[in-house]
Design a protein around this ligand. Structure first.
Ligand SMILES: Nc1ncnc2c1ncn2[C@@H]1O[C@H](COP(=O)(O)OP(=O)(O)OP(=O)(O)O)[C@@H](O)[C@H]1O
Length: 587
């Protein structure tokens, strides 16, 4: 369609001029507006509106429609913005601010934002509420009517009843839920009606039922609570140390609002304002909505309750670890000399000797009762290139192949990976060199090291003591190599330090059937595979919160590759590690 020329007002008689303006605008706003120079657009628009108003007074056909269109605030705003933009563009030497503004407004994301704003602003939102009565009684409480459109997401409010007055209140608004995102319902708001039905005196369960059963829009009438202080605490990131199921927790105020989690899950705690129930969401979860979890206070309280409800048991910080007293055969003797860590040999011995355990050793680490904490604060850590490599710890049930994997890894790249040199009280054999196969020490020196907590793990074997010392591990790390050790899981605490920053890999067996097919070692008995699977399950159930990675040792080549990738990942990619490892006073 052709654009009509626009005449400046005042050139002709008033009526003719306005007529031309109107025609021009309806044909193409943009072109017309860019051609204005002297006269403000707002003034023209005002004149147009006035003209149309006069037409209405004269009962002109269609004029009322035109009037409402031209008086629309959005049109006025739009025209004003365009006018400004046109004048900015038309300036001979615009200021740098004007140029910057022009560039900003031309950005696609800014235009998209303005366009989104316009589409939202043009929409009508229902329901249309009745006008407020002119005279409100002085004692009338301000009432808020909130309409929420139910969708598949949880509404995200819990309610409580004042037993004395029968009033129903919103107890908490769950972060990320429908109510939270509406911004219209707040903790402490008094609920007066739900979908037109009065709720005072009803049981909270009944109100919840009404909410659950309602379809489409839910209309709340609430008396708003005084404004609540905003949640100013930053989010806290934690690793769950226990399994939790709200459905099995009789103390939770609303099981449906609870969030189940398992040991090892990474959680973002979004709200800690309630000292008993925190609001959290799982990291990497698709759901935005938080759930209630017990706070550390609440959890400790539950622990105490549980402790009192249980029959008395003597508690000790030393957890026995089963070591076995065997006769040394030549096969096993060789085994020790392979420097593969003493954990390995003890287990193979058990399988070979078929003897009952007859002695035990103790964990060296401090008394650390993990069951007393619900979670551990974690921070995102990216190892700096100059930081020592993280210690790699392999954990797995006896026979799963931990040592095989470790041995292969070191053999493939001895310049990068190394195991620590263990200490022993046995005598040095021909061809062995002190500090190469083992550090050979006297029983007295060994005992001194035990008393002074020098060992991460130690034990007795065939009358001789063997131990992996912290210093041997540090030696490897200080040489810039990646230290790879295997460890009994109950010794994990002895390596979880700021200095070592261990990355713990659990080696899980494949199914017993697969083990039968892949394990050619004649020492394996058929029942071993079931035992390994069972031991793996028990180990995982107890310690999985400490595992950074799990590798299933099915095909040996693939597992080696997985191990290699996991170690690279540990050293190079950002990881969640305990916040205590950042504390300056920690080891
Ligand atoms: N993926 C695999 N496929 C086939 N054989 C394997 C595999 N992994 C390990 N093996 C073999 O299984 C046997 C036991 O492995 P390994 O000694 O490494 O077990 P371990 O977990 O260290 O347990 P232990 O401490 O009791 O020795 C070895 O003969 C090893 O070669």
């Amino acid at each position: 369609m052709e654009e009509e020329p626009v005449t400046q007002p005042g050139q002709d008689d008033n009526g003719a001029s306005l007529q031309m303006h109107r025609t021009g605008m309806f044909k193409s706003n943009t072109t017309v507006l860019f051609s204005f120079t002297d006269v403000g657009l707002a003034q023209i628009l005002a004149e147009v509106v006035e003209e149309v108003r006069l037409s209405i007074d004269r009962d002109t056909n269609g004029a009322d429609l035109l009037y409402s269109l031209l008086s629309a605030p959005w049109l006025c705003s739009l025209l004003r913005v365009r006018h400004i933009m046109a004048s900015v563009r038309g300036l001979a030497a615009p200021s740098s601010d004007a140029q910057e503004l022009y560039i900003l407004l031309k950005c696609p994301h800014m235009q998209a934002l303005l366009s989104a704003h316009d589409s939202v602003a043009q929409r009508d939102y229902g329901p249309v509420l009745p006008p407020l009565p002119d005279k409100l009684p002085d004692n009338e409480e301000a009432m808020r009517i909130v309409c929420l459109m139910k969708n598949k997401q949880p509404l995200g409010v819990t309610i409580r009843k004042n037993e004395r007055t029968g009033n129903i209140f919103i107890a908490r608004v769950i972060h990320g839920g429908l109510a939270d995102r509406s911004g219209l319902l707040h903790p402490g708001d008094k609920l007066v009606e739900v979908n037109g039905q009065k709720v005072r005196g009803l049981q909270p369960e009944r109100v919840i039922q009404m909410l659950v059963q309602s379809q489409g829009n839910i209309l709340f009438k609430v008396i708003p609570n005084s404004p609540q202080p905003a949640n100013s605490q930053p989010a806290l990131y934690v690793r769950a140390m226990v399994d939790y199921s709200p459905l099995q927790d009789p103390a939770i105020p609303c099981p449906d609002a609870g969030m189940a989690f398992s040991k090892g899950d990474l959680l973002e705690i979004v709200d800690q304002r309630d000292i008993r129930w925190w609001q959290a969401r799982k990291l990497h979860s698709a759901s935005l909505c938080c759930g209630l979890i017990p706070s550390t206070n609440q959890f400790r309280y539950k622990q105490r309750e549980l402790w009192w409800s249980q029959p008395y048991q003597a508690h000790t910080c030393i957890r026995p670890c089963m070591l076995y007293n065997f006769e040394l055969t030549s096969h096993n003797s060789d085994f020790f000399s392979q420097k593969l860590g003493f954990r390995h040999s003890l287990r193979v011995w058990r399988r070979n000797s078929k003897r009952k355990p007859s002695c035990y050793s103790c964990e060296v680490s401090s008394c650390h009762n993990t069951s007393a904490t619900i979670c551990e604060e974690v921070l995102h850590y990216q190892r700096h290139i100059d930081d020592p490599p993280r210690l790699i710890v392999l954990i797995g049930p006896s026979g799963v192949g931990v040592n095989e994997l470790r041995r292969r890894l070191i053999k493939i790249n001895p310049n990068t990976y190394q195991g620590p040199i263990s200490y022993t009280t046995r005598s040095q054999k021909m061809g062995e060199k002190n500090g190469r196969e083992y550090h050979f020490v006297t029983k007295e020196v060994f005992a001194y090291m035990v008393v002074n907590h020098k060992f991460l793990e130690y034990g007795e074997h065939n009358g001789h003591m063997y131990g992996t010392s912290l210093d041997s591990v540090k030696d490897v790390l200080d040489n810039g190599k990646i230290c790879v050790i295997d460890l009994e899981p109950h010794c994990i605490h002895s390596v979880r330090t700021k200095k070592l920053k261990p990355y713990i890999i659990f080696v899980r067996p494949p199914s017993p059937t697969r083990m039968r097919q892949t394990r050619k070692d004649p020492h394996f008995l058929d029942k071993d595979f079931e035992e390994i699977e069972e031991a793996s399950r028990t180990m995982e159930a107890k310690y999985r919160q400490y595992f950074d990675c799990v590798i299933v040792n099915d095909d040996l080549q693939d597992s080696c590759m997985d191990l290699f990738t996991a170690i690279q990942h540990a050293q190079e990619e950002p990881q969640w590690i305990p916040a205590s490892w950042f504390a300056p006073d920690h080891l």
